[in-house]
Design a protein around this ligand. Structure first.
Ligand code: SAH
Ligand code: DHB
Ligand code: MG
Length: 216
């Protein structure tokens, strides 16, 4: 979901100059909409940010929790070196099948793989592939604290851990919404990212807010 019409003139300038979606990624998003996938992917600002992080850190192994139609994964896989690898975890077979088609047509099938199932079931099977250099958490919010524990287990010094949607569209700090398991999960995740002595963390305010920590 990347709606140019909702942007201020300054944000439009930034998108047109720094954060351009190329036609292939635009087609992926258009087909995702046509096939009824929910319009909840990151936007091109965050995609470019993930690419900058991958390049700056020299990341070769990336883990994503929450693949959807492979849009964020395509940005990340494109930034990886030739021998790099992205593993993306996804609950819905329909989303995974869509992603596999898209990544094949983008020429990313040899670098990027989607694994289907609840992430809490597929994460334990990744021990052999760990440690990862960058881990992007963007799935069911109530499980973010558990995903952070897995991310820390699968990290080494220098690993970058990210979590999308810290603000929850403003609901994180809405006193009438605090009963929601998703809000509680995000709160506990944000508090753990901020306080864990193994991490140096911040929140980058792109879109809905991306928490970002580097393992010491
Ligand atoms: N990262 C994607 C957007 C992910 S949206 C992008 O920016 O392009 C969140 C995804 O998490 C959805 O596809 C949803 O099906 C998936 N999801 C929800 N619960 C999950 C779970 N328990 N395990 C794995 N994936 C899950
Ligand atoms: C929504 C947005 C997201 O980026 C996400 O990961 C899940 C849900 C939303 O807008 O509902
Ligand atoms: Mg998200």
């Amino acid at each position: 979901m990347s709606k140019l019409s909702n942007l201020s003139p300054y944000e439009q300038f930034l998108r047109e100059n720094f954060h351009t979606d190329d036609p292939a990624l635009q087609r992926l998003q258009a087909e995702a909409e046509k096939e009824g996938l929910p319009p909840i992917s990151i936007g091109p600002e965050q995609g470019k940010f993930l690419q900058v992080l991958i390049q700056a850190s020299g990341a070769r192994k990336v883990l994503e929790v929450g693949c959807l139609g492979g849009y964020s994964g395509a940005w990340m896989a494109r930034a990886l070196p030739a021998d790099g690898r992205l593993i993306s975890l996804e609950l819905e077979e329909k989303h995974a099948a869509f992603t596999r088609r898209q990544w094949a047509s983008l020429g990313l099938a040899d670098k990027a793989e989607v694994r289907v199932g609840p992430a809490l079931d597929t994460l334990p099977g990744l021990a052999e592939e760990a440690p990862f250099d960058l881990i992007f958490i963007d799935a069911d919010k109530n499980n973010y604290p558990a995903y952070l524990e897995w991310a820390l287990r699968y990290s080494k010094s220098g690993t970058i851990i990210l979590g999308d949607n810290v603000s929850m569209g403003g609901r994180l700090v809405d006193q009438d919404r605090q009963e929601s398991p998703a809000i509680q999960g995000m709160r506990r995740f944000a508090e753990a990212m901020a306080a864990d002595p193994r991490l140096v963390s911040t929140v980058v305010p792109y879109a809905d807010g991306i928490a970002m920590g580097v393992v010491k």
